[in-house]
Ligand binder design. Structure first.
Ligand code: AMP
Ligand code: ZN
Length: 469
């Protein structure tokens, strides 16, 4: 099948294709590891996971490169505040991010690239831009990209420089700014002892460190070559980050940088973007502590189309829990169904498969795909009620659910995946903490809570687990 996906630059849905006809080269902007990711960030990574899984389900192999932004203003500030080496400061956040991906069943990137491992490539790109006369050194020691030298500047974000009061001599050394302050942007930041402490690299243009935008250009080109098939991120990346990536990369290589641009809309709370700077954010761990599970959170963040803002609420998570419980109850019925075939299951499965994947092929239309799934479940349940589903047919249904779940990644398909109420999983975790702290009274109280709920604690090689008594 062919996936048609909206392209931010061309403003149309267009086929996702591999330039070499074989493997799709996808680059996605990764997290800045100065903090735990919030669930807005994770929504964007889940969109990219849905995209990747759909491309793979449609039979196109993919190389997925994701970066880790482990050097920028925020990581440096954090490391200096904690009096730590930069990597000692960023590493725990990188590890936590990878754990979050696992909790949400997000496939790991084929290649994870760290900015600090690519400083040489960044310097080489900047040298090329200086040689071409596109970059220039300011009298403050910073190196800037001259946007006037790249006539296509603004093509991604549909920004018309001529319509802005843009002053050619204006420039900015900060990484993030709005469209109306479009200006020459920084490629290399000269060392500033007060701001940077002991964190700097030597370069032909003096000691300092790369600007944020050049980091992604260097890593993407290094891993995937001058032209990517698809480049993704959240909508806040469109300007200036991705616009600047295009300008730097195309001026340095003379080749088109990315053939397709895809962006996920924001997750919002009370009408505002969820962000660390506004302080209105939940991390994944906050929600797990409230008793929600990885699949429930994954489902919530996936079930709204990626180009629509998602207004996050805890009620939304509860609705996902109900939806997943319906699927779970259905799967349990399938494991015991033993009726007499009336011949209706086969055509219904065919219809579901076509509708589900057709919907995804149309710009990842997840709402239509899920609606066709729940319609089919309603129908199958009615047939199970009247004993019209044979054991063999039940297995065929389970097989198709498995195929759909290659993309959705949320179904409790195996019978032995016993559902454990999240509050009990939480109680078990707390009991382990209490035991480690030798707080026996609390540990015993938590054990009693688990037993009263009808579960027993079993030891396993992975540590204690819960089982229905
Ligand atoms: P950062 O760690 O800030 O570099 O962001 C990582 C990714 O999360 C980027 O692709 C951002 O565009 C995306 N992002 C940031 N805030 C949100 C939000 N509220 N909703 C969805 N995506 C977001
Ligand atoms: Zn990036």
């Amino acid at each position: 099948m062919q996936l048609n996906l909206y392209c931010t630059k061309d403003r149309v849905k267009k086929p996702v294709t591999a330039l070499d006809g074989q493997t799709l080269k996808m680059y996605t902007c990764g997290p800045t590891v100065y903090n735990l990711a919030h669930i807005g960030n994770l929504r964007t990574f889940l969109f990219e996971d849905l995209l990747r899984r759909t491309v793979e389900a449609f039979g196109l192999p993919i190389i997925h490169v994701m970066n880790i932004t482990d050097v920028d203003d925020k990581t440096i500030r954090g490391a200096l505040e904690k009096n730590q080496k930069l990597t000692d400061y960023t590493k725990p956040f990188e590890t936590a991010f990878l754990e979050d991906l696992q909790t949400l069943n997000i496939l790991p990137a084929t290649q994870l690239t760290r900015a600090t491992d690519h400083i040489t490539q960044m310097i080489a790109l900047i040298e090329t831009l200086l040689k071409e006369g596109i970059a220039y050194a300011g009298d403050d020691g910073n190196v800037f990209f001259s946007i006037a030298k790249f006539p296509a500047y603004g093509a991604l974000s549909h920004l018309k420089l001529s319509e802005l009061k843009q002053n050619a001599s204006e420039r900015t050394a900060t990484d993030e700014y709005d469209k109306d302050s479009a200006s020459d942007f920084v490629l290399w930041k000269a060392y500033d002892a007060e701001r940077d402490g002991s964190i700097f690299w030597d370069s032909p243009f003096g000691k300092g460190r790369p600007g944020w935008h050049i980091e992604c250009s260097a890593m993407a080109i290094d891993a995937l070559g001058p032209t990517l098939d698809i480049h993704c991120g959240g909508v806040d990346n469109i300007f200036p980050h991705h616009e600047n990536e295009i300008a730097q990369s195309e001026c340095a290589t003379g080749q088109p940088f990315a053939r397709h641009w895809a962006h996920a809309e924001h997750l919002i709370v009370d009408g505002k973007k969820m962000s660390k700077s506004l302080g209105n954010f939940y991390t994944l761990r906050d929600l797990i502590d409230k008793g929600y599970t990885g699949p429930e959170i994954r489902y919530t963040l996936l079930a709204t189309h990626y180009r629509t803002q998602l207004n996050f609420t805890l009620q939304g998570l509860d609705a996902s829990r109900s939806a997943l419980n319906r699927i779970k109850a259905f799967v349990e019925r399938l494991h015991t169904a033993d009726g007499h075939s009336k011949g209706c299951v086969g055509p219904a499965l065919e219809k579901l498969k076509i509708e589900f994947f057709d919907a995804l092929s149309d710009d990842l239309n997840i709402s239509v795909a899920l609606a066709s799934l729940f319609d089919a479940i309603r129908q199958f349940n009615a047939w199970i009620d009247s004993s019209a589903v044979s054991k063999d047919e039940a297995e065929q249904i389970l097989k198709l659910l498995g195929e759909l779940d290659q993309v959705l990644g949320v179904f409790p398909l195996k019978q032995q995946d016993e559902f454990i109420p999240p509050e009990l999983t939480k109680a078990l975790k707390k009991r382990e903490e209490a035991r480690q702290a030798k707080n026996w009274a609390e540990a015993d109280a938590l054990r009693d809570q688990i037993i009263q709920a009808g579960y027993i604690i079993e030891d396993s090689p992975k540590g204690p687990t819960l089982k229905k008594d």
